[in-house]
Design a protein around this ligand. Structure first.
Ligand SMILES: Cc1ncc(COP(=O)(O)O)c(C=O)c1O
Length: 426
């Protein structure tokens, strides 16, 4: 029946999915599972089959699905109004909570998606500096606006090339894409173009080529170099903020950017994003200044209520150490199992998020992530799915443990890993 649903989807939705990351094309091409609902650490498909969920909807689900307090907050807010088009108390409270929790976030602007948050932060950096170039890194993902769908140019080309059809060269010529974790290349680029670099944009811990942490000292160097060049440092913390602790990853890593882009967890399961940072930079945002950015749904009562409640629960219950412990148990168990079955893997884990790369090489950037086996991951994904474990359908995504996962789910997952590896001879 899930494939009947998907047949219907394919007839009316491009590719049958409303976001390409949901398709199973990179893991063998089976139809994706059509899910009916979520319940704590589980998703339940339209036929009633249950799956332990490590997708976490690509990041936002941190308390588990349909958390009773969050559901109640959404119900109460929706009974009052879902949208008013005026300032509302909850968006102001959410902004206050974010400013309090995140170091260097003096002021914030709420948006509806992470894509908008990053797009707006880039525009703001350009408005503030009066410069046009953006430096970003290969394998990071910053949403689907033109300005970030740019990869490194080939051969001798110094500027980026489009990572999607339809992105004009007028956009790509202002974007430079460099390898992550490579101070020398960043230094060289800033030396060459520094006077015209508006911003350096990165995920501080990358979540989109699988989890790739920054090398020791890398972000500190980036902070220092951007400072010297007069470029704005933007951390895209759409995945990482409130994922590893109550706050941004920046403060865990000891580096404070000039601007942040936020999203996912801060909406408590309802669409939300935000950007913000230094007060002197935020003065440029309309109506205070001349950088225009707007949104009908920005800071709407529903996402503000859901986000506020989620952050309140995270603060009160502080589930981070327990989530990390469970993720570490998975990491250890998966590694032992792989060793037993002589399957070469490398696991990158930060807190409750990790990626299993199928290869023995350390993964520190996009090239090394890309050398991990796509074929082995695709087969592993399929075998895990058959045993009721839902992993993100791409080798470049993460497993996320939520506060709803318990030891029972971890044990069941390790059992499934063991069985999958036994059938997965490379
Ligand atoms: C780091 C990062 N930035 C930005 C985005 C875009 O966010 P959204 O999908 O809400 O537009 C994503 C989405 O996965 C992301 O992972």
């Amino acid at each position: 029946m899930t494939s009947t649903w998907f047949d219907r989807a394919k007839a009316v939705i491009a590719g049958g999915v409303n976001s390409p990351a949901r398709s199973f094309r990179s893991v063998g091409g089976d139809p994706p599972i059509v899910m009916a609902r979520g319940e704590g650490a589980y998703m339940i498909d339209v036929e009633g089959r249950r799956y332990i969920d490590y997708l976490a909807a690509f990041g936002p689900v941190i308390l588990g699905h349909a958390h009773p307090e969050v559901t109640k907050a959404i119900q109460e807010a929706s009974a009052e109004a879902t949208i008013l088009g005026t300032p509302v108390p909850n968006e102001i409270r959410l902004a206050e909570v974010l400013v309090e929790a995140i170091e260097g976030l003096d002021m914030v602007r709420l948006t509806t998606t992470g894509t908008e948050a990053v797009m707006s932060a880039i525009r703001l950096a350009r408005a503030f500096t009066g410069r046009s170039l953006v430096i970003k890194f290969e394998g990071t993902y910053h949403g689907h606006s033109d300005g970030v769908l740019v990869k490194a140019g080939s051969g001798a080309s110094t500027v980026g090339t489009a990572d999607s059809l339809g992105v004009p060269s007028g956009v790509t010529q202002d974007v430079i894409s460099l390898p992550f974790n490579n101070v020398a290349r960043l230094k060289e680029a800033l030396h060459r173009w520094g006077d015209n670099v508006a911003c350096v944009l990165t995920e501080p811990v990358v979540g989109n080529m699988g989890i790739v942490p920054p090398a020791p000292g890398y972000l500190k160097e980036m902070r220092e170099l951007t400072h010297q060049a007069g470029a704005v440092l933007i951390f895209d913390e759409v995945i990482t903020a409130f994922r590893f602790h109550y706050g941004a990853a920046a403060s865990l890593l000891g580096v404070v950017p000039d601007l942040y882009a936020l999203g996912k967890i801060i909406g408590g399961g309802i669409p939300a994003g935000a950007y913000g940072g230094r007060r002197d930079i935020m003065q440029y945002v309309a109506p205070l200044g001349g950088m225009f950015q707007a949104g009908t749904w920005a800071g709407n009562p529903l996402s503000s209520a859901a986000g506020l409640k989620t952050l309140e629960v995270l603060r009160k219950e502080n589930p981070y150490a327990r989530m990390e412990q469970l993720a570490q148990n998975l990491e250890i168990g998966i590694t032992e199992s792989a060793n037993r079955h002589e399957i070469p893997i490398t696991i990158n884990r930060v807190g409750s998020g990790f990626t299993v790369f199928f290869g023995s090489e350390q993964v520190t950037d996009y090239d090394s992530a890309n050398r991990a086996s796509k074929d082995l991951f695709g087969r592993f994904h399929q075998l895990m799915l058959e045993q009721g474990i839902y992993l993100a359908p791409s080798r470049f995504e993460a497993w996320f443990v939520s506060a709803a996962h318990q030891e029972m789910e971890i044990d069941q997952t390790l059992d499934a890993v063991q069985k999958s590896f036994s059938r997965l001879r490379p």
